[in-house]
Design a protein around this ligand. Structure first.
Ligand SMILES: Nc1ncnc2c1ncn2[C@@H]1O[C@H](COP(=O)(O)OP(=O)(O)OP(=O)(O)O)[C@@H](O)[C@H]1O
Ligand SMILES: [Mg+2]
Length: 297
């Protein structure tokens, strides 16, 4: 466990802590967690979907915003590409009612645009879409609101930290050198003094491959322990390794997250969810609530 001076027993769901109680935006949401990477395609959306489902399985109330406005993956990963959220009118204003799938409340731009249409928006429009997903959706009470970010350090990242106080950020990386170089930048962005979002930890995805016929073997296709070393270098928690598994890819494509099925893969995501919940609790015990960023862009 990281943070040796703390001994915290986490009872999931009902005891989920929060330092956001006084926050004016999303008052019913205890923790907002950004999931970022530097490099694209390292598995942010896959990890976020499975993490959301694994947290929900413990009884926690979980929401998920797909903030990848230009390349939304969540509708496919949750098998709700063709569904559209209801719009509720309250005091003459339109509010989005998040879809609910596998116990997770979801909002994605993919629900609002035809599946094969490219979203050609300028930055400010994308930012305003994210703001609406946060402020104009009826999220209600949530223990965790996960934000699946696009790769890199973009306008969207800035919009997020300017719109809500983000409890913490999780960095997803593969162990590969080029992914780590970009993960460094992603991590550094949240740590900038004017942004100052605590890092909840690093997840190493595609950490190794074990063929069915050689269950005792681990092949380190993208290198060994890269994510672990990154966490050590920056003195942030290491949340765990997720192996490269064909069924994780297939489950993503078929819209039934691997965390919902029985087996070792599901166990890996259950353990990851426990590690995340633990780090959120430690963060909330240790640090003041995050401030919303006010900078001129
Ligand atoms: N642990 C894993 N094992 C097998 N396949 C995986 C794993 N993690 C992700 N994938 C696959 O890798 C591809 C990229 O994953 P994903 O879309 O989650 O990455 P991303 O970081 O969200 O990408 P982007 O930067 O485009 O948003 C997908 O095809 C996904 O199914
Ligand atoms: Mg993605």
């Amino acid at each position: 466990m990281v943070g040796d001076e703390f001994e915290i027993n986490i009872k999931m769901s009902s005891s989920v802590t929060s330092v956001r109680d006084q926050a004016p935006i999303l008052p019913g949401v205890k923790n907002i967690i950004a999931i970022a990477s530097g490099k694209g395609g390292v598995g942010k959306s896959t990890v976020t979907s499975n993490l959301a489902v694994a947290l929900a399985k413990t009884g926690a109330k979980v929401g998920l915003i797909d903030a990848d406005i230009y390349g939304p993956s969540i509708p496919v990963m949750f098998n709700c590409e063709r569904e559209q959220p209801e719009v509720k009118v309250i005091d003459g204003k339109n509010y989005i009612l998040p879809l609910e799938q596998y116990g997770v409340k979801l909002v994605s731009i993919g629900f609002l645009t035809p599946a094969d249409s490219a979203v050609v928006w300028r930055g400010p429009m994308a930012s305003s879409a994210l703001k609406q997903f946060i402020g104009d959706a009826i999220w209600g009470e949530l223990d965790y609101l996960l934000i699946d970010l696009p790769p890199g350090t973009s306008d969207i990242h800035l919009t997020l930290v300017q719109t809500v106080p983000v409890t913490g950020a999780i960095i997803v990386t593969t162990p590969q050198k080029v992914a780590l170089a970009d993960a460094n930048k992603g991590l550094a962005m949240f740590r900038q003094p004017q942004i100052n979002v605590p890092i909840l930890g690093v997840i190493e995805n595609m950490a190794y491959f074990t063929p069915d016929e050689l269950p005792d073997h681990k092949y380190y296709i993208f290198g060994k322990d890269g994510g672990k070393n990154l966490a050590e270098k920056y003195k942030v928690p290491f949340l765990g390794q997720i192996p490269l598994v064909q069924s994780i890819r297939e489950s993503g494509d078929s819209g039934l997250p691997a965390a919902l099925k029985d087996g070792p893969t599901s166990v890996a995501f259950t353990e990851l969810a426990a590690a995340v919940a633990q780090q959120v609790a430690i963060r909330n015990a240790k640090f003041e609530s995050t401030k919303r960023v006010e900078i001129n862009t």
